[in-house]
Every structure is written in structure tokens, then in C-alpha cells.
Design a protein around this ligand. Structure first.
Ligand code: TXA
Ligand code: MG
Length: 330
């Protein structure tokens, strides 16, 4: 699944002309625009239906572009870049004065990431080589508050009529959004959990990073309590209660979908049952596609087997909690 040379050329032409291009990353698909062009960035907010004060992540082709966008970059940030870029890690840094408010939501910081996906990197390299500032601002390519897309078909479904080009890079390997670490205050603080866990960060930093992912000011849009949400109501049910719960639903005549990781599908039970891998990495890879499937199937309820209470599951548990908070009424 690789775009042709002609598609890359068209993508760069569109970006240079201030238009949007959706592209794959290893986490989720992004809805990209020239980060140095405020009018282009405004089109992202319009297409997503997203409040314009939410800052966007700027994607770069490599570390060497960081100083152009950020200043006073502390040693911890360079250590993290060295260890995890290209990869699913976003760093919040003090921005250079020229970086447009449209990208930073008027803050004095900017989020930067070098994605670990060959299509994203090829696009970023070609865009940087075309002149200009080389940064592509991109939030996840979904309507505001909805499930992030992990395939080109998902982007088509979310924004098909609003984006002139979707580069197809297959399905995203990680499947949930990048870990966000704020380094703008000199030390590393985790703002959004992700595939790169506090334990991974600790292995590089030599100490446990602080974690500030709780509710509060929505500097990180993913930190709104309701986010990543399907339209079907959703409930988390403990493993040992799941079968009883589903039986009761069946007696009420409700068709509910099930997402489990330890309980295999039961014959005669709800007709959509996704058993996801029982490890957090495999689970994250499949979660959003499973939720999207259930939404399409017109179930009255999505029942999710509660996750193990273990730090390794923290990022997935975070997305599930927000999906439950934001799912449709009922
Ligand atoms: O994996 C990802 O991060 C994906 C792919 C496309 O790179 N992008 C993504 O973007 O998830 P988005 O906009 O859905 O979430 C990025 C988060 C936002 O919640 C935004 O508020 C936060 O990054 N962010 C960006 N710049 C920030 C800043 N200066 N301070 C605090 N948060 C920031
Ligand atoms: Mg998003």
C-alpha cells in the first residue's frame, strides 16, 4: 500500500497551495495542512468541526528541523527524540516567535513529532524539499470528538467530501494516538498516554516522568472527558459479570455488540462479537476499527469487557474511558 510518485507530487502541490491532504502515520491517519499557512490550518478546523483554540501537532521530516520551530529545547527533549523518533511520541516545546497562533492555539508552545510511517516520512521529506517551512500540521483525520481513523477507508467515511486527497498507507500499526510529553517546562510531563509508556520514558530519562493526564484545561483536546467516541452507547463490564449481563440484554431483546479480550464469543449470543488480542499492543491496533464496525452494525449497545488494571493497559484504558463518556445517549 504505497502511493505512486504522482500522488506524492499532487499531495505536495496541494499542501503548497494551502489545501488539505490526509495521510497515514503509525498511530492514526492525520488531516494535514501547511503548518506555516494560517489560512490552510483554518481549513483543518473547518473540515473537522473542531474548536479553533485547540492546538495542532506539527509533523516534521527529522530532528534537524526542530530548532526552526522550537526554542530553548531542553536536554530531556533531545534525549527523547533520540530514543523515540521517528515514532509515536509528540513533544511540547517552547515555540519560535514566528510559528502561527493558528497552529498553537495562541499558546507559547508547539507540539512536534517525527512520525514513524514510511508514507508520512516520504511526504514530509518531499514537502520540506519543496521550499517553505516543511512542517505539516495534522490532527487525527476524523470529525471532532469521533473515533480516530486507522485506515484510508475510515478517513473517506469521516471526511471524504472535505479533503481533496487521501494518501493510502494501509492500516496503522499502533492504532491509538501518540504519547504527548510536555518538555516546555524543562522536565518531562506526560499529557496524553500512548504506546510509549511511562516505563519506556523512564528507561531513557532515568526517572519516572510526571503524569498530568487528568481532566483540567483542555490544552490537549484528547484530554476532554468525552472523546474518541462511537455513536452507539457503550458500557464497560467486568469480565466475571459479562456473560450474565449479556444474557439479561438478550432477554430484553436488545442486540448488543461485544468487545472482549479474555472471553471467547458465545454461540447464540449477540451477533457481533469482536475478541481482541489479550495484550495491550495488539488490542490498541484493533480497537478503533472494532468500535467503528459496531457503530455500523446498528447495535443498541456496545459492551466492552473491562481491561486488566495494569499500567501496561493505561493508554488503551484511557481511550475506552473517553469513548464511554462520549458515546451516544443512553
Ligand atoms: O498520533 C497522533 O498524535 C496523531 C497523528 C496524526 O500524529 N495526531 C493527533 O492529533 O492525535 P490531535 O490533534 O487529534 O491530538 C493532538 C493533541 C491535541 O489534543 C492538542 O491539543 C495537543 O496535541 N497539542 C498540540 N499542541 C499542543 C501544545 N502546544 N500544548 C498542549 N497540547 C498540544
Ligand atoms: Mg484527535
Amino acid at each position: 500500500m504505497t502511493p505512486s510518485a504522482a500522488e506524492y507530487v499532487r499531495a505536495v502541490d496541494l499542501l503548497r497551495a494551502g489545501e488539505l491532504v490526509a495521510f497515514p502515520t503509525e498511530t492514526v491517519y492525520g488531516l494535514g495542512a501547511d503548518a506555516a499557512n494560517p489560512a490552510a490550518v483554518a481549513k483543518i478546523f473547518a473540515a473537522k468541526g473542531r474548536p479553533a483554540d485547540h492546538p495542532l501537532i506539527v509533523h516534521l521530516a527529522g530532528h534537524d528541523a526542530v530548532d526552526h520551530w522550537a526554542e530553548q529545547v531542553p536536554p530531556v527533549a533531545w534525549e527523547l527524540m533520540e530514543a523515540f523518533w521517528p515514532g509515536p511520541l509528540t513533544l511540547i516545546l517552547k515555540k519560535q516567535a514566528w510559528v502561527p497562533d493558528a497552529v498553537t492555539g495562541g499558546q507559547d508552545t508547539v507540539g512536534l513529532r517525527v512520525p514513524g510511517h514510511p508514507v508520512a516520512l516520504e511526504l514530509l521529506r518531499r514537502f520540506a524539499a519543496s521550499g517553505g517551512h516543511g512542517g505539516i500540521a495534522a490532527p487525527s483525520a476524523n470529525r471532532f470528538g469521533r473515533i480516530s481513523p486507522t485506515s484510508a477507508a475510515h478517513v473517506q467515511e469521516e471526511l471524504g467530501d472535505r479533503v481533496p486527497l487521501i494518501l493510502d498507507g494501509g492500516s496503522c500499526t499502533v492504532g491509538i494516538e501518540s504519547t504527548i510529553v510536555d518538555c516546555s517546562r524543562g522536565e518531562a510531563v506526560v499529557l496524553r498516554p500512548g504506546h510509549i509508556s511511562p516505563a519506556h520514558l523512564e528507561a531513557v530519562l532515568g526517572c519516572r516522568p510526571n503524569i498530568e493526564t487528568a481532566a483540567g484545561a483542555p490544552r490537549v483536546s484528547g484530554s476532554l472527558a468525552a472523546h474518541y467516541a462511537p455513536q452507539t452507547p457503550m458500557r464497560l463490564i467486568a469480565s466475571e459479570r459479562l456473560l450474565d449481563f449479556l444474557n439479561a440484554q438478550r432477554h430484553k431483546g436488545d442486540a448488543c455488540g461485544v468487545i472482549s479480550h479474555s472471553l471467547p464469543p458465545h454461540a447464540g449470543m449477540p451477533h457481533i462479537w469482536h475478541m481482541l488480542p489479550a495484550d495491550p499492543v495488539g488490542y490498541a491496533h484493533e480497537l478503533y476499527a472494532a468500535l467503528r464496525d459496531m457503530d455500523h452494525a446498528g447495535m443498541s449497545l456496545i459492551t466492552v469487557e473491562a481491561l486488566p488494571d495494569d499500567p501496561a493497559w493505561a493508554a488503551v484504558a484511557d481511550r475506552l474511558r473517553r469513548a464511554v463518556a462520549g458515546a451516544g445517549p443512553g
